[in-house]
Design a protein around this ligand. Structure first.
Ligand SMILES: Nc1ncnc2c1ncn2[C@@H]1O[C@H](COP(=O)(O)OP(=O)(O)OP(=O)(O)O)[C@@H](O)[C@H]1O
Ligand SMILES: [Mg+2]
Length: 519
């Protein structure tokens, strides 16, 4: 006897399979706007969403076109119904953020309301579920962009304007995604902010905060401060952060710079990373922090949590904005560093210094703590000048407590014309007016020239370890060797890199032996 339930279920599975197959194979239905040609396409959330990179030869411009499966008229009606039901039922339980298993919740609610979609095909159901996930637990209209690992930033400068993305291979390009009304844009922003447990309102229209998934958003809300209305930029968080090995592979630094930084980090020297917006400061800071001895205590302090390292002895604090108009209860970086110093960290890592917190950080460095931070400036000279002016107010005699400065910049690769990041120079700070360039990037050759012979910091390492300079240089060569080995063996994952670095600190001989024997 035929089991009708089973037959129905087999039919649904078959339908779904065909759908998935068609969607995956037949992407010729892509709508290409006139004037453009398809350069590249790849999957985002297959079989529901794909990225199409289009190029207009006449205008010499790219377009990032999101190709998403569409709901038909009937599906839209059911979807809207389900959307409201699920939203209501989620409101009465936890927020999505606290309850990461959205799919399970979705299935439970759908089961309760089976009647609404009786007779709907399995294919339609999957399409609707895609949209429910996207709009309730995900990032709505921009969700496909958030799934693209090639995208670094997503920015929206208002309604009726293309959302722009910063794409690893094509730089800044417009997308086919547009918020069509002020109301939709505002509700989208307040929704994703609210879901992260924060608030944005007309009373507090400027905000820089962490979203679900640790993505960082900067928002200007409504028309209070920008006549053009709400705009935002999202800096996407990398779950799998770049390590020094990645940065070597990208050519941002080289083996010599990485080995040099590693030598100095062991001696708890302090670093400042200087660069303009999006130049790669935080990424470099994170990678360098990954070189700290596993037993050393790291205290990181940030406005928005971005640092992500594999380190056991790591405490992380994030500042808090105040409540109400008086801003009561605010806990800024200044307070956090003060509190942090009491925990006797070996290293204090400050995401970005801007104000009075710089002073507390330098005080901490004066009492033997290592400091690592970034600062928004375009050169060492302008950074040193700003450090000494209000609100940072660092006394000139303190400036050299910051042992080393790295300037990072987004440049165009000569060979490919693509954008890349390079550390322009690594400078040893001698005093407020002079420094020694230990490494400098040569834009013509795309190599780094070194001047380690006159390195004052290597001399300092020799002094503090009681070794001769020659011995320090030998140790430096060993570290270059290890980094080279990691790079050649594609050991780049932050956990693995952390393990090898830790192993070398603890038992250098056995690691060197293993490497030399090719184990
Ligand atoms: N060396 C690099 N090579 C390739 N991509 C990089 C590199 N450094 C950073 N990126 C990417 O560039 C984006 C911006 O990097 P990051 O957040 O480090 O910049 P930033 O200078 O700290 O920016 P902001 O001024 O906004 O704080 C990130 O998506 C990151 O993954
Ligand atoms: Mg940064």
């Amino acid at each position: 006897m035929v089991n009708p339930l089973k037959e129905e279920s087999t039919k649904k599975t078959q339908e779904l399979e065909n759908f998935l197959k068609d969607e995956l194979i037949d992407k010729s239905q892509v709508q290409i706007p006139s004037g453009y040609r398809l350069v590249k396409k790849y999957a985002l959330k297959p079989p529901f969403s794909y990225a199409n990179i289009l190029y207009d030869d006449e205008k010499s411009s790219y377009l990032y076109s999101v190709d998403e499966v569409k709901l038909n008229h009937e599906e839209i009606g059911i979807f809207e119904n389900l959307y409201h039901l699920i939203e209501q039922s989620l409101e009465s339980t936890d927020t999505v953020e606290e309850n990461p298993n959205f799919d399970e919740q979705l299935d439970t609610v759908l089961k309760e309301h089976e009647k609404i979609f009786a007779g709907v095909s399995a294919v339609s159901m999957e399409k609707m579920k895609y949209y429910l996930r996207r709009d309730i637990a995900g990032f709505g209209l921009i969700d496909p962009l958030m799934h693209d690992i090639n995208i670094e930033d997503v920015s929206c400068s208002g309604t009726d304007k293309s959302i722009y993305v910063w794409h690893r291979n094509y730089d800044s390009i417009p997308t086919n995604i547009i918020f069509r009304s002020e109301e939709k844009l505002n509700s989208f922003v307040s929704r994703i902010v609210f879901r992260a447990g924060k608030n944005i309102s007309i009373a507090f229209p400027i905000s820089d905060l962490a979203l679900q998934g640790n993505h960082r958003i900067s928002v200007l809300y409504q028309k209070e401060i920008t006549p053009k209305g709400t705009s935002f930029t999202i800096r996407k968080f990398k779950e799998d952060p770049y390590t020094v090995i990645d940065l070597i592979d990208f050519g941002t630094i080289d083996l010599q710079i990485a080995a040099y930084l590693w030598m100095l980090i062991e001696e708890k020297m302090s670093f400042i990373i200087i660069g303009s917006t999006g130049s790669g400061k935080t990424t470099l800071l994170n990678a360098i922090t990954g070189l700290v001895h596993p037993d050393h205590k790291i205290f990181s302090v940030e406005d928005v949590s971005e640092i992500n390292i594999n380190h056991e002895n790591w405490f992380t604090l994030v500042s808090r904005t105040g409540f109400g108009l008086s801003g009561e209860g605010e806990i800024g970086l200044y307070d956090l560093i003060k509190a942090g110093v009491r925990h006797r960290p070996d290293y204090i890592v400050v995401g970005e210094i801007r104000g009075s917190e710089a002073y507390v950080m330098f005080q901490a460095m004066a009492t033997g703590h290592g400091g690592l931070c970034t600062m928004h400036a375009d050169s060492l000279e302008s950074a040193v000048k700003r450090l000494q002016q209000k609100p940072m107010d660092i006394p000139p005699a303190y400036v050299s407590l910051m042992n080393c400065a790295l300037v990072v910049k987004r440049v165009k690769e000569r060979a490919t014309g693509q954008s890349a990041r390079r550390v322009l120079n690594v400078s040893e700070i001698i005093n407020a007016n002079s420094s020694h360039a230990a490494f400098s990037w040569n834009p013509k050759s795309d190599f780094f020239d070194n001047n380690l012979q006159d390195s004052t910091l290597f001399k300092k390492v020799a002094e503090s370890t009681g070794k001769g300079l020659q011995e320090v240089l030998e140790e430096y060569e060993k570290r270059k060797h290890i980094l080279k080995w990691m790079s050649e063996h594609n050991i780049r994952d932050y956990k693995m890199v952390g393990e090898i670095i830790g192993k070398y600190y603890r038992d250098p001989e056995s690691l060197m032996q293993k490497i030399d024997q090719g184990i």
